[in-house]
Design a protein around this ligand. Structure first.
Ligand SMILES: *Cc1c(COP(=O)(O)O)cnc(C)c1O
Length: 390
């Protein structure tokens, strides 16, 4: 099996995926960031500080909850839910943001920029900047600002400046381009806090490492409950950070099967081809001539044309299976978990719940599955009420 623990290589490649496809002016800041991160992750002081904020501010460890009624409903494997929905700000994103913002402070960079689509990563970043008194600028497509008013208000209350982006389709990929442009113009005092395991090296590696706390906790908690490894792991995939966070500590356990669930309308791994997006080579959705395709999903967090390079590599190796769930299947998963377990999941996480119907036919009651419940559904109530009324 591949030496998963030591990926990526020095140039930031997972097999043929990843790398740094960026303008020359970004090479120096990316190298500086890589050096700072590699030094920080070996530094006891940095790791202790991160552990302190993960525990006392974000609320870790999150429970691994045995969903008894959901397991009985499907008549398949025993279902455990990793409760990232219980993190402060309502999703796993805070794990990565706390890591990056502590790194920014260590690098003496006190101006923070971020991109956001639905606003979830923007809110997490604005939260961590408020915590440490840092200036925060969040690039957001004008169309997304209109659609995601509550998160725009949250970011403003947290003291962030939300910068509207009016180029292109006025959505996430345009906001990401604008954030990269800002970073090119201000590399000395600015830290770019990126929201998923995508982009040029070292981001896919760094974001994975910060999210791997999910899998480390889940593995220990599953051992405590079952005295063995789980049979399956299931997580939704947008850029792929909550999924790689759960999967990473298990990659070398060949008996653990892993499934990444994409939105059917944004299925870069299941249906895409290899190209370059936001500085990395990866599977993405593009036309024959290489134009990035627009995507659709009811969950804004899965609505992205690419997926991180490590997922692209795991797909090519066959180590992880990537499948899709459509809007209706996700909405059914959303309603089911609310009714049967008393947990209203994020629409993103509902795609992972939707897969359980298929898994029930493959796995038996003496097996177990860990589903990553990446976030809670409060943010999705308007969208869901619109969909239910239709
Ligand atoms: C942002 C988000 C996702 C998708 O991002 P990944 O990087 O694929 O994890 C999934 N779930 C929730 C709740 C989110 O906020």
């Amino acid at each position: 099996m591949a030496d998963f623990a030591n990926l990526p290589n020095k140039e930031g490649y997972f097999g043929r995926f990843g790398g740094r496809f960026v303008p020359e002016t970004l090479m120096r800041p990316l190298e500086e960031l890589t050096r700072a991160y590699l030094s920080a992750r070996q530094d006891r002081g940095f790791l202790d500080e991160l552990a302190y904020y993960l525990k006392n501010f974000a609320g870790r460890p999150t429970p691994l909850y045995f969903a008894a009624r959901l397991s009985e409903y499907f008549q398949g494997p025993k279902i455990y839910l990793k409760r990232e929905d219980l993190c402060h700000t309502g999703a796993h994103k805070i794990n990565n943001v706390l890591g990056q913002i502590l790194l920014a402070r260590r690098m003496q960079k006190f101006r923070i920029i971020a991109e956001t689509g639905a606003g979830q990563h923007g809110v997490a970043t604005a939260t961590a900047c408020a915590l440490f008194g840092l200036k925060c600028h969040v690039y957001m497509g004008a169309e997304d600002i209109r659609r995601q008013a509550p998160n725009v208000l949250r970011m403003k209350l947290l003291g962030a400046e939300v910068v509207p982006v009016t180029s292109g389709t006025k959505t996430l990929k345009d906001a990401t381009n604008e954030a990269l442009r800002d970073w090119m113009a201000h590399p000395d005092d600015t830290f770019y806090c990126l929201g998923s395991c995508v982009g040029p090296h070292p981001y896919p590696m760094m974001v994975r490492d910060f999210q791997a706390i999910i899998g480390r906790e889940a593995r220990a908690q599953h051992w405590e409950a079952e005295k063995r490894e789980p049979d399956y792991l299931v997580a939704c995939v947008g850029g792929g950070s909550n999924a790689i966070g759960l999967f990473f500590p298990f990659l070398e356990e060949a008996s653990v099967k892993m499934v990444g669930v994409e939105a059917a309308g944004a299925a870069s791994l299941s249906k895409g081809s290899v190209g370059v997006l936001h500085g990395a080579q990866e599977y993405l959705l593009q036309t024959k001539s290489g134009q990035i395709l627009n995507t659709h999903s009811i969950s804004a967090g899965l609505d992205y044309s690419g997926s991180g390079p490590e997922h692209s590599y795991l797909k090519e190796l066959g180590r992880v299976e990537y499948v899709t769930a459509n809007d209706k299947e996700a909405l059914d998963g959303f309603k089911l978990l609310a009714k049967i377990e008393g947990i209203i999941p994020a629409l993103e996480s509902s795609h992972a719940i939707a897969y359980l119907k298929k898994l029930a036919k493959l796995a038996s009651p003496d097996q177990t599955v860990i589903v990553n419940l990446s976030g809670r559904g409060d943010k999705d109530l308007d969208e869901v009420s619109r969909l239910i009324r239709r």
